[in-house]
Write a protein that binds this ligand. Structure first.
Ligand SMILES: NC(=O)c1ccc[n+]([C@@H]2O[C@H](COP(=O)([O-])OP(=O)(O)OC[C@H]3O[C@@H](n4cnc5c(N)ncnc54)[C@H](O)[C@@H]3O)[C@@H](O)[C@H]2O)c1
Length: 342
């Protein structure tokens, strides 16, 4: 067993001490070499200084992937090692991204339980021990087939049928439990992200990955085979909005957050609508559909659109990118990256 300090009985948290002394927070990002981590690190480093934002992952960073600041190889299932990193680096805020996503989680259920649930327990225990601020995203995958699918509210039925979804409901409930508990009052913050679209980083095995892959295939080959039905409508968001929203929620004064798990939404589309938008840039694009039953079943169990009015009310969340702006931006970035690689 690890000794855990309670918030009530403890000295001032390191985060609070640094805040009072006017110093920027020291931030650790776990699972940081995936689709979202490097982009978030870049944004936080420009705000707080390169050395104050430490990217970590259980795999080694290839040259250039960890950006302009420190990188530490660290597996979130190894409590003692993670404890050493948090302590030695004087971490104040922890952004927990290390996860197996929906499609890959269904292929590796035991590992998903170890990483998504076991890893989160470790992170939560360290949050308690060192009085950290913890941001851990959830997902539309935390909903399930019995959830109302249109304009899905924050508080509703959550009976997901993937291990990814089950682990995220566990994250939401356990984080909120330790936040509400008078003895612990953990500063837990959680946003449910929709599928994230990005031009500079690739997705890591989720159900919405098609919406990024299609850009590469369209530009390189003019053809794409989509694994979801053309009418599968899902909520999505451009990465710049996701990163900005994450930083805004990280920053929000604690008493402004009336809830601890918020939907974050932008826009929704079907593969067919994305193809039509992309054909404005690649008119010869041809798409056929070979349905993957596993990912289709997952997509069919998720909301078509989210209600994020509580996030707007409490911490001012508002998306900027719609489908047209996202498609234009993604196309430009991926074209540039493909040209560079030639
Ligand atoms: N990308 C999306 O569309 C999306 C949507 C909703 C929610 N989210 C959430 O955002 C967070 C980040 O997602 P992402 O898309 O960057 O994921 P990703 O799959 O691209 O990256 C996850 C990273 O975690 C690392 N990892 C795996 N096991 C680990 C372990 N034991 N220890 C340390 N690192 C480990 C992987 O190497 C990988 O680099 C996740 O919590 C995810 O659930 C993402």
């Amino acid at each position: 067993m690890h000794a855990i300090a309670t918030r009530r009985g403890s000295f001032l948290g390191s985060s609070m001490r640094r805040w009072l002394s006017g110093k920027p927070p020291r931030i650790l990002i776990t699972g940081g070499l995936g689709q979202l981590g490097t982009e978030l690190a870049q944004c936080l480093r420009s705000k707080y200084g390169n050395d104050n934002v430490i990217l970590s992952d259980n795999k080694e960073a290839e040259s250039g992937t960890s950006g302009s600041g420190p990188f530490i190889r660290c597996d979130v299932t190894d409590f003692d090692y993670l404890d050493g990193v948090v302590k030695n680096e004087g971490i104040d805020w922890l952004v927990h991204f290390a996860t197996l996503l929906s499609a890959i989680g269904e292929k590796k259920v035991d590992e998903a339980i170890r990483v998504n649930i076991g890893g989160f327990h470790n992170v939560l225990n360290l949050t308690r021990k060192y009085n950290l601020r913890l941001f851990c995203p959830s997902t539309i995958g935390a909903f399930g087939p019995s959830t109302p699918r249109i304009d899905t509210p924050d508080l509703t039925i959550q009976r997901p049928n993937t291990i990814y979804g089950v682990s995220k409901v566990h994250v939401e409930l356990l984080g909120e439990y330790y936040h509400q508990h008078p003895e612990y009052q953990v500063d837990f913050r959680c946003a449910r992200f929709p599928g994230i679209l990005s031009g500079n980083t690739l997705p890591g095995g989720g159900t919405t990955d098609y919406a990024v892959h299609i850009f590469y295939e369209a530009i390189k080959r003019g053809r794409y085979t989509c694994y979801l039905r053309p009418d599968t409508r899902l909520p999505m968001m451009y990465i710049d909005d996701c990163i900005r929203g994450t930083v805004e929620m990280l920053h929000a004064p604690s008493d402004q957050l009336k809830m601890r798990t918020y939907n974050m939404a932008a826009f929704s589309f079907t593969p067919d609508q994305l193809v039509k938008e992309l054909q404005k840039y690649v008119p010869h694009l041809k798409v056929d559909y070979v349905i993957d039953p596993v990912r289709q079943k997952i997509a069919d169990s998720w909301p078509e659109s989210l209600n994020d009015s509580n996030a707007t009310r409490d911490w001012g969340w508002k998306h900027d990118y719609d489908l047209a702006k996202t498609t234009r931006t993604m196309y430009d970035i991926i074209m540039r990256n493909i040209d560079k690689d030639k």
